[in-house]
Write a protein that binds this ligand. Structure first.
Ligand SMILES: [Zn+2]
Length: 376
């Protein structure tokens, strides 16, 4: 029997629930960092908060999370992260949660809220338009899994990006390439949405949000490179470094989650994944795994088309971290390299570039169908 992607994600949620249950018996274990204790004016010991509530701190060493659970309510924090999961809400903190000498400290400013919530004095807020997982609305069927591509031409408007010594502006060349890429992908059966189709400025947070709102299955940001050494040339491909960033997600959710068509496709994950940190981490792990697959497909395709690939690696770029889907950033050539710069101005080179990207996208689509989108 063939299971569509929707069912597979449902299975992930069930596994997450089981993993959470298994982690509940764990003991708090924090690696000491050999630094000064945080100020007791600013920080409270998580264990003290738990003791006042007659509860206990539970650690999940695998996920690196610490939680207090009381009567079915749960607060989760992660050392080094400036956010807490209070029930199903991501609360952005004034400062990071800190771990020192085996103990976890939370900013005092959030203690009151944690206690009120865990004592049950604050009603559980109804999630806005709850959707189990954002991918649920994506199409099912072999040719619909990687169906809609969001192309994100970098920079624009007041932000020119890199500018070559000879006057070529990154924002212009990537827009031209992105338009060509859109028609190339459409001719190969993909649907295409774009974050911009003209010379306008778009905030970084909004770019992945546009992709999510418009139901894209995959996100490709197009840029042109610059380097202090003029001899460096070739293509660079980046995918996300795999860190899930609740603070950035919360900020993006605030700025983008209430768009007019947000309910059509689900807003940013932070609003609608049921609020479970474990679920979010699992979803992002899946997106990041597929992002790696996409970047290696693109690399192979560029090499086949005779292009030099300078590197394929991870990066913490915000457009990649915030994308709720497989996402890559392609630097199509170096504006600081005379040969790359000259070629990037020509339509033949631009066309060769977009054909390589489109072929890599096709290979990715086939690989997703073959290995990930379906199970037997
Ligand atoms: Zn750029």
């Amino acid at each position: 029997m063939i299971l569509p992607r929707v069912w597979r994600l449902t299975a992930i949620l069930v596994v997450c629930g089981m993993a959470w249950g298994a982690a509940r018996g764990g003991e708090a274990l924090v690696v000491s960092r050999g630094a000064a204790l945080p100020s007791s004016l600013r920080y409270a010991l998580l264990n003290d908060v738990a003791r006042r509530l007659e509860a206990r701190v539970v650690s999940d060493t695998g996920a690196g999370t610490f939680s207090i659970e009381r009567e079915g309510r749960r607060v989760v924090v992660v050392p080094g992260v400036g956010a807490a999961l209070v029930g199903s809400r991501v609360v952005v903190l004034s400062r990071e949660v800190v771990a020192r000498y085996g103990r976890v400290y939370v900013p005092r400013s959030v203690v009151g809220e944690i206690e009120r919530y865990l004592r049950g004095r604050e009603p559980e807020p109804a999630p806005e338009k709850p959707t189990p997982v954002p991918s649920v609305r994506r199409g099912v069927g072999a040719d619909r899994l990687v169906r809609r591509v969001c192309i994100d031409p970098g920079h624009g408007g007041k932000d020119p990006g890199a500018v070559s010594r000879w006057g070529l502006r990154e924002k212009d060349v990537v827009l031209s390439l992105s338009r060509r890429l859109a028609s190339e992908l459409r001719s190969r059966g993909f649907e295409v949405v774009m974050t911009r189709t003209s010379d306008v400025f778009i905030e970084l947070n909004d770019r992945p949000a546009i992709a999510a709102r418009r139901g894209a299955d995959v996100f490709v940001s197009i840029h042109a490179n610059a380097c202090s050494r003029p001899s460096v040339d070739g293509v660079e491909i980046f995918h996300c470094d795999g860190r899930y960033d609740p603070v950035a997600m919360a900020a993006a959710a605030r700025s983008a989650g209430r768009g007019p068509d947000a309910e059509d496709v689900g807003g940013p994950v932070g609003l609608n994944a049921g609020g479970s940190q474990a679920v979010l981490e699992m979803l992002f792990e899946e997106y990041h795994r597929e992002s790696r697959l996409l970047s290696s497909s693109l690399e192979r395709s560029f090499v086949r088309s005779g292009r030099r690939v300078h590197s394929t690696r991870t990066a913490g770029y915000r457009v990649l971290r915030l994308a709720e889907m497989p996402a890559v950033l392609v630097e199509v050539g170096f504006l600081t390299n005379r040969a790359d710069e000259r070629r990037l101005r020509t339509s033949s080179f631009q066309q060769q570039t977009v054909r390589a990207i489109a072929s890599g996208m096709e290979a990715f689509r086939d690989a997703v169908v073959r290995t990930h989108g379906y199970s037997r």
